[in-house]
Design a binder for this molecule. Structure first.
Ligand SMILES: [Cu+2]
Length: 158
């Protein structure tokens, strides 16, 4: 075998080694729990959940897709001139290895805009969470408008 051929085989193996861990990673580390949806009008809804990263790789929630709405965005709340406002999250939400991140009312959430049909209490919405290099996670979240807000001393809000 010529030296050049050997080198080409090495390069091919290296390329394969780069490709395959992504597929392996996609199934480990990330767990989504306590997912639910709130919808207080027929056109929009917000989804909340806790994302746990038990893996050794830092992950980032970069986007969410769903057939239930025309547009799905990652939102957060930020204080602007003393008023809490929703705004789009640019660049995704970091979930470092060994941590968990709560998407919760008054904070980060998945915003569903332009619902294809109004949601009824208990109805489930299928969402696909995109964690970039960490893979995607399909989840189902049920509409639960009666769910009490966690933390924050119980003040009401979206
Ligand atoms: Cu929002």
């Amino acid at each position: 075998m010529t030296r050049r051929t050997t080198q080409m085989i090495r390069m091919t193996l290296a390329a394969l080694a780069v490709l395959s861990p992504a597929a392996a990673l996609a199934d480990e580390g990330l767990t989504i729990r306590d997912a639910y949806v709130r919808s207080t009008n027929p056109k929009t809804a917000a989804a909340f959940m806790v994302v746990e990263n038990h893996g050794a790789t830092d992950c980032r929630l970069t986007g969410v897709s769903s057939d239930a709405a025309e547009m799905v965005e990652l939102h957060t709340h930020a204080e602007v001139d003393g008023v809490m406002k929703m705004q789009k999250v640019e660049g995704g939400i970091a979930i470092p290895a060994g941590t968990e991140h709560a998407l919760a009312r008054g904070g980060d959430h998945v915003m569903l805009m332009g619902l294809t049909k109004p949601l009824a209490q208990g109805e489930t919405v299928a969402l696909t969470l995109d964690f970039g290099d960490c893979g995607t996670r399909p989840i189902e979240a049920a509409l639960d408008n009666d769910r009490a807000e966690e933390g924050h001393g119980g003040h009401k809000g979206h």
